[in-house]
Design a protein around this ligand. Structure first.
Ligand SMILES: [Zn+2]
Length: 252
């Protein structure tokens, strides 16, 4: 997939298939995990990517499909994925693995909420979990190591879901307000950062163009948010993937 041979046996890019490979990279860069990417492509009518998505992203050789590892960046032919982009994706893989280890997550991201796995308890370092039921008709989140009837477990506050959305919204609008100063930092990162830093800086510059937000869109969250550290139910530190941080106090 990705390349054909021309009449002289030279590899040429198969446009249709190259498009799918590029799309897989794009979705990964936008914050989706591998199973979400497969699902998105399946919904779009692209068949058979389930077993390949990870291999496309990591350039791993698949048994009986040795061709997989030549799709990307051999200098001898046109690269579908530029080297810089490929390196950024490998660094992002490592970042996600390190993050999962740090906070004790089995999977990176899921479909139930863009904030899943990204709200971290300041007291015990574990992620908050979204509770299936609500209090006063409001959805809330609870620290994963907190046990209702165990006083020795983590005693962190439960947080209303709307407070999480509000913290993100206020933090993002703070980034937008600080646009000029941050653009200097991003330009510097694009100039001399690692491939992943360059990617993040470009994404931030692109997102900031839309100006302040009124509502929080899931696609936006998974694209830019590294984590939100919850100090209590109204105090948060919002960390973005480019390294920008905002301390936020919201009213209840
Ligand atoms: Zn906790």
């Amino acid at each position: 997939m990705g390349y054909d041979k021309d009449e002289n046996g030279k590899l040429i890019v198969n446009k249709e298939q190259a498009k799918i490979v590029k799309r897989i990279y794009k979705l990964f860069e936008e914050g989706y995990n591998c199973s979400q990417i497969s699902n998105i492509l399946e919904r779009e009518g692209v068949k058979g990517t389930k077993t390949y998505t990870v291999d496309f992203l990591t350039k791993k050789k698949v048994k009986n499909h040795g061709e997989v590892d030549q799709y990307f960046m051999e200098d001898s032919h046109e690269a579908i994925i530029p080297k810089d982009e490929w390196q950024a994706v490998q660094m992002e893989f490592e970042r996600r693995d390190a993050y999962k280890d740090e906070v004790g997550l089995h999977a990176f991201g899921n479909d139930s909420s863009p904030f899943s796995g990204r709200i971290i308890c300041s007291h015990c370092g574990k992620p908050y979990r979204r509770c299936g039921w609500s209090r006063n008709g409001k959805k809330f989140w609870m620290c994963a190591s907190k046990k209702a009837k165990d006083a020795s477990s983590c005693q962190a506050d439960n947080i209303f879901e709307e407070s999480i959305f509000e913290a993100f919204r206020v933090a993002w609008n703070g980034v937008v307000a600080n646009k000029n100063k941050l653009t200097e930092k991003w330009d510097e990162q694009i100039e001399s950062g690692t491939p992943l830093e360059r990617l993040r800086a470009k994404q931030m510059k692109m997102m900031i163009e839309d100006g302040p937000i009124q509502t929080v869109i899931p696609e936006h969250v998974i694209l830019v948010l590294e984590r939100i550290i919850a100090y209590d139910k109204t105090h948060f530190e919002v960390r973005f993937l480019d390294g920008t941080m905002k301390r936020i106090a919201i009213s209840e």
